[in-house]
Design a protein around this ligand. Structure first.
Ligand SMILES: CC(C)(COP(=O)(O)OP(=O)(O)OC[C@H]1O[C@@H](n2cnc3c(N)ncnc32)[C@H](O)[C@@H]1OP(=O)(O)O)[C@@H](O)C(=O)NCCC(=O)NCCS
Length: 167
């Protein structure tokens, strides 16, 4: 089944589907600390932020032609000395999780980042999230910090684990 997965750069035609996938987690999960779903117009800015810097990438996974998830890298923090570091993240349509697609997609993002000269990648994981922790660990991210009750969503506080991958 995984033979029919295609991983490629996102194009404008993916914006609607990526917004749909992300909004699912915005409204159902603390995996993201966004709390209100995005309109396409609101999400367009985020989408185009991946057009200007070779370390800021947006990849999609397509299964039999259907876009089922994305992985992205973005500026870690705004100040210029951080420019060789990125924050990476990944979201799959839940219907397609736990079948190896996340691993393929995130691996490709990390390979492309390495080829582009990234120095550090950071993944921020809200606890609990066993699948994301396993994914990051298996691809070489190591625990760099644990923030307690750093986010408030759905009427409660959430911890995050910060993970770091070196190149
Ligand atoms: C996290 C996510 C991207 C993982 O992708 P996936 O396709 O489901 O994961 P894979 O099938 O490729 O498996 C990756 C690893 O996670 C493990 N895993 C997958 N689903 C799991 C689950 N439900 N519980 C525990 N571990 C799980 C796999 O065993 C594998 O570990 P291994 O590499 O040590 O063998 C995906 O589940 C997802 O989109 N989750 C919701 C959004 C999210 O949490 N994003 C991450 C934000 S930090």
């Amino acid at each position: 089944m995984n033979k029919s997965i295609e991983i490629r750069r996102a194009t404008d035609a993916d914006l609607e589907r990526l917004t749909e996938i992300y909004n699912h987690y915005v409204v159902t999960s603390a995996a993201t600390f966004d709390t209100s779903p995005f309109t396409l117009e609101e999400r367009r800015d985020w989408f185009h932020q991946h057009n200007y810097n070779p370390l800021h990438m947006l990849l999609v996974a397509c299964l039999d032609g259907e876009t089922v998830g994305y992985a992205s890298s973005s500026q870690f923090r705004q100040k210029p000395a951080y420019d060789s570091s990125v924050e990476t993240t990944i979201y799959l349509d839940p219907e397609f999780s736990s079948r190896g697609i996340g691993r393929q997609l995130y691996s490709k993002l990390l390979q492309d980042l390495e080829a582009a000269g990234v120095h550090r990648c950071y993944g921020v994981i809200t606890l609990p999230n066993d699948a994301s922790l396993a994914l990051h660990e298996s691809l070489g991210f190591e625990k760099a910090g644990h923030l307690t009750e750093v986010g408030y969503k759905f009427g409660k506080y959430w911890d995050t684990i910060w993970t770091e991958k070196t190149f």
